[in-house]
Design a protein around this ligand. Sequence first.
Ligand code: ATP
Ligand code: MG
Ligand code: MG
Ligand code: MG
Length: 436
Amino acid sequence: MRLSRFFLPTLKEDPKEAQIVSHRLMLRAGMIQQSSAGIYSWLPMGFRVLKNIERIVREEQDRAGALEILMPTLQPADLWRESGRYDDYGKEMLRITDRHERDMLYGPTNEEQVTDIFRSHVKSYKNLPLNLYHIQWKFRDEVRPRFGIMRGREFLMKDAYSFDLDYEGAKTAYNNMFVAYLKTFARLGLKAIPLRAETGPIGGDLSHEFIVLADTGESEVFYHKDLLTLETPEQENYSATELQEIVDQWTSYYAAADDMHDPENCDVSAGDLVSRRGIEVGHIFHFGDKYSKAMGAAVAGPDGKDVTVSMGSYGIGVSRLVGGIIEASHDDDGIIWPESVAPFKVGLINLKSGDDACDAACEDFYGKLKTATVEVLYDDTAGRAGEKFAKMDLIGLPWQATIGPRGVKAGMVEVKNRSTGEKQELSVDAALEFLV
Ligand code: ATP
Ligand code: MG
Ligand code: MG
Ligand code: MG
């Protein structure tokens, strides 16, 4: 992509409305534009990152055996009346009336909708286990939308729903998602800590939030320092026993958010206990027959008798992750994208656009990168060198390749690693080999 043909409305100054670094950098890097409070348009740079995150989330859900569907954003209120949540949900739910005076709502989550799909079609235990997920926009009329897309009103969520015959099966489904989440966040370049979460009136121990550490996080978390040294599971197709072992290992260390942390009953020594702020990027939950019972989702069991299915739900804040990754990975100059989600892998800087030799060398290098299918943003504009460097640092592409008059004479390209700042002079061929 040529910068001269791209749509990248960057800002030189810090926008006043942004209180935290990710919001500031997303606006400055031309990634999003506010439409109304908590509702955003995604501009090309932001959209590319959002799509990359979505792709990784999808790949890991698929790998874990979940099946992708797509449910609507607008749901009939009647489904929520069946579960009792239409009245309970309160003002976070955006309620809509259609032209026939039918009550609708913009889905804040999809338990009812997916349970309706399940009960319409699945009648036998032989079709279990089943896990259906979708990646769809949600709406929650948050009291205080803030921090840009981190607490939006309209936001993109991956939500999966598991259906099993009994608690044992549901627990394996839960563990399977737990492990898929560890893999997902690792691929996104994040250290995400699973915290035991409040299960509410249903009780039980099966609810975890996944938290990314960042100074601007909305909740305070307490955890044993060794939790951060655990290795992410990588294997495919773990058995139920292996899944349980991994979950047991990850949950054997103390970890709790402020609402669950109890200094009196925390047996971690002061030296081992770390307290930091964190952002909730995912949440998994086993809730048993809460919806299946209320909505009549049952299958014939092996003995022919009806069994109400045991369910869980598993959310990931796909759009919140864009901000979460920036919170975890930036410096004073701008964003530092992990390669897996970067909008482009390489930023090519022409230090002297308009100079025949520089233009020719850049065009040649740009063409070769494209031929090798490297995603490259080529700054072919007439800006000053200093401005170009600053812009590349701001938008945070993992690699910068700079070609200027001096390098052209020597046949050299300067390659910079955005994360470490390390620079090296390479011949054109060596630079290509390095970047591909
Ligand atoms: P929070 O505590 O931040 O309000 P939540 O517990 O209400 O989140 P869940 O119902 O667990 O959210 O939804 C699953 C995931 O969706 C969350 O872990 C989070 O990553 C994301 N999410 C929830 N609310 C928002 C929002 N307003 N804007 C962006 N992402 C959100
Ligand atoms: Mg909430
Ligand atoms: Mg929460
Ligand atoms: Mg939650």
